[in-house]
Design a protein around this ligand. Structure first.
Ligand SMILES: Cc1cc2nc3c(=O)[nH]c(=O)nc-3n(C[C@H](O)[C@H](O)[C@H](O)COP(=O)(O)OP(=O)(O)OC[C@H]3O[C@@H](n4cnc5c(N)ncnc54)[C@H](O)[C@@H]3O)c2cc1C
Length: 407
């Protein structure tokens, strides 16, 4: 704050997509920011390669990136817009189809590689003089003092600020040091991810087939291939990861019911154990958590990073309003508004994902009949379908100013 004795106004630990976006947003509000991360993002890669980690970026997240001036850098590096989404059940005829044109939108979202967003955000950070990047740097410890919060890095450097934000991912050191508890649930599933080539074109559609063992998603990539997220039991995932390439392609084709024909190629595969996690508190005196440090959800609806970006927009709005009113941005009473705003919304999304997972995993005949009936009915009920689609696009709910399309 003006006249403050602290080295910075806000220290952010964690420069993933969420932390880096928050750093740019708060720097735009005129605050002095320190962004710490253990590593620099990758900025160079072979033109024909695709990162294993891709995100389905919602329209709300795109709006945030546009307001930060980084969307053009993301777009130029390569994005894949998808105009349709197709969801169906392996155990019955139920099917639902979402179409951007039906909603009067050009697309439902974009599939973007994580490294593409990080590289564009790095340009955004470098263009903001009020933002100091400390990479590599590792937050080791912090303590509260009368003027603010003091942060010590592993190499001995010390920084002080009015507010410390933990954007340091699911295993958040900030959350742990603050003694904030978590509610957690092991899904007993592992997501197998890979980039695959298919016989037929993906047609700009995000595909999801619900199998009894978990959902299998095919996300359309800019080079015509698809990124798959195949959630299944840990034992099955271990087996799939160890299969020779040709056998993996055959099993994947069968599991996807040859919706895009045969699978002709697969690159390196990776496995991610899945769990739900929710921090009991999002804020304390001089401290806030955002993104995966606060909540981790099942990837079946591709919402994880998008929820984190809604946290960013909400926290930035609260901090900017508090600073503009000349009040303390680190005071617990002021930060509570952010917690009240986001914790309920994130809990709702977590419950919805758990509900879907249960519904589609259930072998009980009545549940199976109901979900098939449900998918078919929703597909015909335009208002319900449109509401579902607007939620998936991040266009519904109590949206912060920064992501509202009209503000
Ligand atoms: C298989 C799979 C598929 C997914 N697909 C999607 C999708 O389609 N769409 C979507 O929205 N989400 C998706 N997600 C979720 C998404 O990956 C996460 O929600 C997102 O990466 C969280 O971003 P973050 O910036 O909060 O955390 P992270 O990406 O985990 O970043 C944390 C950062 O903090 C740094 N850090 C950690 N500790 C320290 C420390 N002590 N000091 C300094 N820095 C530190 C790390 O280096 C890292 O850069 C998927 C997840 C999985 C597992």
């Amino acid at each position: 704050m003006p006249g403050s004795v602290n080295t910075h106004d806000v220290i952010i630990s964690g420069g993933g997509v969420v932390g880096a976006s928050l750093a740019c947003t708060l720097a735009d509000a005129g605050l002095r920011i320190a962004l710490i991360d253990t590593r620099e993002p990758v900025t160079d890669w072979p033109a024909d390669s695709i990162d294993q980690r891709v995100y389905a970026v919602t329209c709300a997240s795109q709006t945030l990136f546009e307001r930060l001036g980084v969307w053009e850098g993301i777009r130029q590096r390569g994005v894949s817009p998808y105009q349709a989404m197709e969801v169906w059940d392996a155990a019955g005829p139920g099917r639902i189809h979402f179409d951007a044109a039906e909603l009067g939108e050009p697309w439902l979202g974009h599939i973007v590689e994580q490294r593409v967003i990080q590289a564009a955000l790095l340009d955004g950070q470098r263009a903001r003089p009020g933002l100091e990047r400390i990479c590599p740097g590792v937050l080791a410890d912090f303590q509260l003092d009368p003027a603010g919060v003091s942060v010590r890095l592993e190499d001995g450097r010390e920084l002080t600020a009015a507010l410390l934000v933990g954007a340091d991912g699911a295993g958040s050191r900030v959350r742990e040091l603050a003694g904030i508890g978590i509610e957690t649930h092991d899904y007993e599933q592992t997501a197998v991810v890979a980039v695959v080539a298919t016989d037929r074109p993906h047609a700009g559609t995000a595909w999801q087939r619900f199998l009894p063992t978990g959902p299998l998603a095919f996300l359309p990539l800019r080079d015509g291939r698809c990124s798959i997220v195949w959630s299944t039991t840990p034992e099955e995932a271990e087996r799939l990861l160890a299969l020779p390439e040709d056998e993996f392609c055959i099993e994947l084709g069968q599991a996807f019911d040859y919706e895009l024909g045969a699978i002709t190629r697969v690159n390196a595969r990776g496995g991610f154990p899945l769990r739900r996690l929710h921090a009991v508190d999002y804020v304390q005196q001089r401290l806030a958590l955002v993104g995966d440090a606060a909540h981790v959800i099942h990837p079946l609806a591709g919402q994880g990073v998008n929820l984190g970006l809604l946290d960013v927009a909400a926290l930035a709005e609260v901090v900017a309003d508090t600073a503009a009113a000349g009040r303390d941005i680190g005071a617990h009473a002021n930060l509570r508004r952010y917690e009240r705003w986001r914790r309920g919304e994130n809990a709702l999304m977590q419950s919805a994902m758990d509900g879907f997972k249960w519904l589609f995993a259930s072998p009980l005949t009545p549940v199976r009949l109901l979900r098939n009936l449900g998918l078919g009915t929703v597909d015909r009920l335009t208002p319900v379908k449109s509401l579902l689609a607007r939620h998936a696009m991040g266009r519904a709910g109590d949206l912060p100013r920064l992501v509202r399309p009209d503000s």
